[in-house]
Ligand binder design. Structure first.
Ligand SMILES: NC(=O)c1ccc[n+]([C@@H]2O[C@H](COP(=O)([O-])OP(=O)(O)OC[C@H]3O[C@@H](n4cnc5c(N)ncnc54)[C@H](O)[C@@H]3O)[C@@H](O)[C@H]2O)c1
Length: 276
């Protein structure tokens, strides 16, 4: 299993709700993914969770942990870049659980290079998985939510989608920036259906997505932040839990960094942290 795999405490903040988390498996084994953490936490808080992934074996780990924790979850195989799979996801959730109350667009993929390194395939994949997939998932989820009286959509962007990041991931960053903008547009267009749409922008989190980073790079990412600590998938999951719950009934259209304070700083304000 994972290094920091403690199960969060049980509660009822999502009791009676049905949720879909895309990319709810973890690509890497050395650290739990953000999708995994959200699926497990939501189930611990009483939601019935559709663990959606294009890789069944990765999803199986998540489902095993949900089951061991006494929660309810089930798998729907879906590649979010396929419209038919996105339809199947939303309809499958309603068929199984009677409603669709929460959708987390978490599945994401890197896409590197500057504009001058442009390669059609790299851009296609980055935009397909990180932006077009979430759009299609919302296309089918939103009517199901509206039919049930409303819902909460949570898009997982990145600090790299808001500002120029450290790794020259232009296709990734542009797609994640699009996801932040999509959040605001959808919050306005679907507000009267009582659908809230919010976005989380994780920062220097050590999770599955970044598990391959060398120790020195991990250390640099930790040190530069105002809090000086490393984020985990659970930090992002707890922020998502708030957006998903009725506690956030009047919060919509916001993009919230989960970054230990990093985006509050100008570069010169935190540069000294590296010399600690
Ligand atoms: N870890 C970080 O530092 C960090 C920072 C900012 C943003 N993020 C974002 O967090 C999100 C999730 O990270 P994670 O750690 O859960 O990632 P991960 O790489 O472990 O991926 C989770 C799952 O997504 C699945 N997946 C990939 N493409 C898919 C597709 N087309 N359809 C369905 N499933 C697909 C994979 O099979 C995998 O099981 C990503 O969107 C990432 O961009 C991470």
């Amino acid at each position: 299993m994972f290094e920091n795999n403690e199960l969060p405490p049980r509660g009822d903040r999502l009791a009676g709700k049905a949720a879909i988390v895309t990319g709810a498996g973890s690509r890497e084994r050395s650290a739990p993914g953000i999708g995994y953490a959200m699926a497990v936490l939501f189930a611990r808080q009483g939601a019935r969770v559709v663990v959606a992934d294009m890789d069944e074996a990765r999803a199986a780990t998540t489902l095993k942990v949900i089951g061991e924790g006494g929660g309810e979850g089930s798998f729907i195989g879906a590649d979010i870049t396929r419209e038919e799979d996105c339809r199947k996801l939303a309809e499958g959730c309603v068929e199984r659980y009677g409603s669709l109350d929460i959708l987390v667009n978490n599945a994401g993929i890197a896409g590197s290079g500057k504009v001058t390194d442009y390669e059609e395939e790299v851009w296609d994949v980055a935009l397909d998985v990180n932006l077009r997939g979430p759009v299609m998932a919302c296309k089918y989820a939103a009517p199901c939510m509206a039919a049930g009286g409303g819902g909460s959509i949570i898009n997982i962007s990145s600090i790299d989608g808001l500002l120029a990041g450290a790794y020259l991931n232009v296709p990734y960053s542009v797609a994640k920036g699009g996801l932040a903008t999509l959040t605001k547009l959808m919050a306005v267009h679907h507000g009267r259906e009582n659908i809230r749409v919010n976005c989380l922008a994780p920062g220097h989190v050590h999770a599955s997505f970044t598990a391959g980073f060398a120790d020195e790079e991990r250390e640099r990412r930790r040190k530069i932040g105002p809090l000086g600590t490393e984020g985990t998938a659970w930090d992002v999951a707890y922020a998502a839990l708030y957006f998903a719950s009725d506690e956030a009934r009047w919060i919509s259209g916001i993009v919230m960094p989960v970054d230990g304070g990093l985006l509050a700083a100008t570069p010169l304000a935190v540069m000294g942290n590296l010399g600690e």
